[in-house]
Design a protein. Structure first.
Length: 693
C-alpha cells in the first residue's frame, strides 16, 4: 500500500495509478512562478499544506484522468488501495513532473507519444545552477560543505538559481541517450537536473565531481582566489597554510605538488560531493505533504463543494475541519471568535467584557453564512502547531527551536489528531484573540490587513501560549515595544534572514528569560529606527514617498503612541479604531500645480518633494473630504486655528503659513527634517519606555 505521505510515495502513487484525478477537477493551471515557488519550498524543506484525498470504495466508478495529461482517461486503476485527489492536484502534478522523468522509454517514439499528451505548462525540465551571474550557492565558492548553512537555506536564497528549460518534441531521444546528453550539458554548465536527485545517483555524483574539479582548478589557477584556497587547506588541517599558498601562486613546483597531492587524498572532494548529494536526496526522500484521508463520501463531497466555491484552494484550517467528524469545527471557531473575553483597555485596565472591533476581520461572509478568513485560518493552524509543540515537549522551546522550527512553521497536520484539535481549538482561538487585541488596542491595527510583519505575530502568539500566570501590564508593554522595534529597525529584508533569526532569539530571551544583557542590546537597536540603509533613511522620509506599508505603520504608531489622537478638524475630535482613515498631505499638492497640471499628476511622482512621507498625516476620511472642498487659503486659515492638534501630528504653526515654490524646496525639506527628528525622538523614547518596563 502506498501511503502518499512522502514525495517518493506520491510519485510512485501517480506512476502506478493509485492516485486518481476525478474528471470533474479543473485542468492543471499553475504558471511557472507557482511551480517554482513550490519546488523552492521542497528543496529548502519548508512545509506545503496537506492534501485531501478520498479513499476509493469498490462501488465507486468515477471517470479519472491521468495526472498532467490532457484528456487521457485512466482505463484501469493500480493494484491495492486507490485514492481520489480532491485537493492537491496542482502540487502533486508539479512535483511529479519536476522530480520524475516520464520520458523513460528506450523507444524514442514512445517518449514522443507521452510528450504529445502532456499539458503544455509541464513541458519543461527544472535545474539547480551552482553559479548564476557571478553569485554562488551551496558552498560552491570555497567548496567547503557546510551542512548547517545548507539546512538553513530558504526559498529566497535559491530563487535565482532554479531555472527550467523548455522541452521540444524534436529534442527527445531514447531514455539512455537522453540521460547521457543531460549529464554532458550539466557538467559544462554547472547545474544539476532535479529529477536526477532521487533516481540517478551515479550520474548526479559524476556531475558534482566535474563541477568540483572545474572550480578547484579555477581556484588554483588565479591568485584572486587565494583566500578560498587558504580556507580550504585550513579546513583539512594543512600546515603552514598562508606561507605555502603564497609559494603556490608563485609557481613553486614542490609546493604545487604538495598541495595538489594533499587535496587529492584528503577526502575533500568526496566530502563536498557527498554532502550536496546526501542533503538533497534526504530532503526529497523525506519530504512530506501529509494527506487528510476521508472515507465518508458525503462529507468529502461537501468539503469539495466548499473549497471550490469561487475557485478557492483548501487552507490548512479547512483540512483540519475535514479531519473532525464529531462537530462542525468551522462553526465552533466562528462562535468562539465572536465571544467577549478578558483583555485590557488603552490604560492597561482589565475589561472582562472585551470584544474585538469588527472581529478584527477574522470572520467574513455574512450573518447567514459567516466564514473564517484565509489569514485567520493560517493563524489557527500555526497556533495549533505551537500548542502541540508545547504539549509534546512539556516546556518552553529553546531560543534555537523558537527561531527555527517555530518561526519557519515546520509542522505537520498529521500530528494534529482529531482529539487534540477538539481539546485545543478554543485555546487556539483565545491565543489569536489576545494577540490581535494587543495590536488593536495598543497599535491602532483595525484588522488583519493592517499586519505587515507576521514574524512578530508568531512571537506574540508564543508569548500568550506559554504565559502560565496572569498577564502583567509590564509584559504587554514589552511586547508592544518589540513589535514596533521589528517594524522600524529595517533589519528584515525577509522573515528568515540572519538578522531576523538573531533578533527572534534575542526577543525570546528577553520575553521568556528576562535576560538583562539582551534587554540592553535591544534598547541599543532603537538607534537604528527609521534610519537604516537598505530600509529607509532620513533623506528618503523627507524627500520622497516611501512604501505604503511603511507609511501605514508609521501613522498607526503615531496614533497609538498617544492616549488619544486628534483629527485636523475644528472640533478637535478624536480618531478611533472605528473611523475610516486616510493619509492627508499637510502642505497641499495644489500648492505645486502649474497651468495644465493637476494634483493627480503630482501624486504619482514618488520623488516629488510634497509626496514625502513627512508631509503626510492620518485624518478621518470625512475630514479629508471637507479639506479637499476648501480653497487653499481657507485650509491654511483653518489649520492655523487648530493649534490644539499640532502636537498630535508633530507639526507646528509654520505648516499653516508655508507657501510652496520650487525655489524654496530646501526650506520645505528643513521643515520635513525637523518633523522627522521629532518623530524619531518620540519613537525612541516610546521604545525605550516599553523595553524598560
Amino acid at each position: 500500500m502506498t501511503e502518499l505521505k512522502t514525495l517518493p510515495e506520491i510519485i510512485k502513487g501517480i506512476k502506478e495509478k493509485n492516485v486518481l484525478l476525478p474528471h470533474f477537477q479543473r485542468e492543471y493551471v499553475w504558471n511557472k512562478t507557482q511551480q517554482k515557488n513550490l519546488i523552492l519550498s521542497v528543496l529548502t524543506d519548508l512545509p506545503a499544506s496537506s492534501s485531501l484525498i478520498l479513499k476509493k470504495q469498490p462501488a465507486d466508478k468515477f471517470k479519472c484522468l491521468k495526472i498532467g495529461m490532457r484528456n487521457e482517461i485512466i482505463k484501469e486503476d493500480g493494484d491495492g488501495d486507490c485514492y481520489y485527489l480532491l485537493d492537491g492536484q496542482q502540487r502533486f502534478t508539479t512535483l511529479f513532473f519536476a522530480f520524475h522523468n516520464i520520458f523513460n522509454s528506450d523507444k524514442k517514439s514512445l517518449n514522443e507519444n507521452e510528450f504529445e499528451k502532456l499539458d503544455n505548462k509541464l513541458k519543461k525540465r527544472w535545474y539547480l545552477h551552482f553559479q548564476n551571474n557571478g553569485d554562488v550557492v551551496l558552498n560552491y565558492d570555497d567548496l567547503i560543505f557546510n551542512k548547517e548553512k545548507v539546512n538553513d537555506y530558504l526559498p529566497e536564497d535559491l530563487d535565482s538559481f532554479i531555472e527550467f528549460e523548455n522541452l521540444n518534441k524534436t529534442d527527445l531521444k531514447s531514455h539512455q541517450e537522453d540521460i547521457e546528453e543531460i549529464e554532458k550539458d550539466c557538467k559544462i554548465n554547472k547545474k544539476i537536473p532535479l529529477f536526477f536527485i532521487l533516481n540517478h545517483k551515479t550520474e548526479l555524483k559524476r556531475i558534482l565531481k566535474k563541477i568540483f574539479d572545474d572550480r578547484i582548478d579555477e581556484i588554483k589557477s588565479e591568485r584572486k582566489y587565494k583566500d578560498q584556497l587558504i580556507e580550504i587547506l585550513k579546513s583539512k588541517n594543512f600546515q603552514n597554510t598562508d606561507e605555502k599558498v603564497a609559494q603556490f601562486y608563485n609557481k613553486k613546483e614542490a609546493i604545487i605538488r604538495e598541495i595538489d597531492k594533499f587535496l587529492e587524498y584528503s577526502g575533500y572532494k568526496d566530502e563536498w560531493v557527498d554532502g550536496i548529494f546526501d542533503h538533497f536526496h534526504d530532503v526529497l526522500k523525506e519530504y512530506k505533504i501529509q494527506p487528510i484521508v476521508m472515507e465518508d463520501r458525503n462529507k468529502a463531497v461537501k468539503t469539495f463543494e466548499y473549497i471550490n466555491t469561487g475557485g478557492t484552494n483548501l487552507s490548512s484550517f479547512d483540512l483540519l475541519c475535514a479531519k473532525i467528524g464529531s462537530f462542525d469545527l468551522r462553526k465552533k471557531v466562528i462562535e468562539k471568535t465572536k465571544e467577549e473575553f478578558l483583555f485590557f483597555d488603552s490604560n492597561f485596565n482589565e475589561n472582562k467584557s472585551f470584544r474585538l472591533f469588527e472581529d478584527f476581520g477574522l470572520v467574513g461572509g455574512n450573518e447567514k453564512n459567516p466564514s473564517v478568513e484565509k489569514k485567520y485560518a493560517e493563524y489557527l493552524s500555526q497556533v495549533l502547531n505551537l500548542l502541540h509543540f508545547k504539549e509534546d515537549r512539556g516546556k518552553k522551546p529553546t531560543d534555537k527551536e523558537f527561531s527555527s522550527s517555530l518561526l519557519k512553521s515546520k509542522y505537520s497536520l498529521e500530528e494534529l489528531h482529531p482529539k487534540f484539535i477538539e481539546d485545543n481549538y478554543k485555546n487556539a482561538v483565545n491565543v489569536i484573540k489576545n494577540s490581535v487585541a494587543l495590536l488593536q488596542v495598543f497599535c491602532s491595527h483595525k484588522d488583519l490587513k493592517a499586519i505587515t510583519n507576521y514574524l512578530s505575530l508568531v512571537q506574540i502568539f508564543t508569548f500568550f501560549i506559554y504565559q502560565d500566570s496572569k498577564v502583567k501590564s509590564s509584559e504587554l508593554k514589552n511586547l508592544i515595544g518589540l513589535f514596533w522595534l521589528t517594524l522600524f529597525t529595517g533589519r528584515y529584508d525577509s522573515h528568515q534572514n540572519e538578522n531576523s533569526i538573531e533578533d527572534a532569539r534575542n526577543m525570546y530571551k528577553f520575553i521568556f528569560q528576562k535576560d538583562k544583557a539582551i534587554q540592553d542590546k535591544l534598547k541599543k537597536l532603537t538607534n537604528r529606527v527609521l534610519n537604516t540603509d537598505g530600509f529607509v533613511t532620513k533623506k528618503e522620509l523627507t524627500t520622497e514617498k516611501c512604501s505604503n506599508s511603511l507609511e501605514n505603520n508609521l501613522f498607526m504608531f503615531l496614533r497609538s503612541s498617544k492616549n488619544k489622537f486628534l483629527d485636523l478638524d475644528k472640533e478637535a475630535s478624536e480618531l478611533t479604531i472605528a473611523h475610516d482613515i486616510e493619509i492627508h498631505h499637510l502642505i497641499p499638492l495644489a500648492k505645486a500645480t502649474k497651468v495644465g497640471e493637476s494634483t493627480k499628476e503630482i501624486r504619482i511622482k514618488n520623488e516629488h518633494l510634497l509626496n514625502a512621507t513627512m508631509n503626510k498625516t492620518p485624518i478621518k476620511k470625512e475630514t479629508n473630504k471637507l479639506i479637499r472642498d476648501k480653497s487653499i487659503d481657507q485650509y491654511h486659515n483653518d489649520l492655523e486655528n487648530y493649534t490644539t492638534q499640532f502636537d498630535y501630528h508633530i507639526i507646528n504653526a509654520s505648516w499653516a503659513k508655508f507657501t510652496y515654490s520650487e525655489k524654496e524646496e530646501s526650506k520645505i525639506q528643513n521643515l520635513f527634517e525637523a518633523r522627522y527628528e521629532n518623530f524619531v525622538r518620540d519613537l525612541r523614547t516610546f521604545l525605550d519606555s516599553k523595553l524598560s518596563s
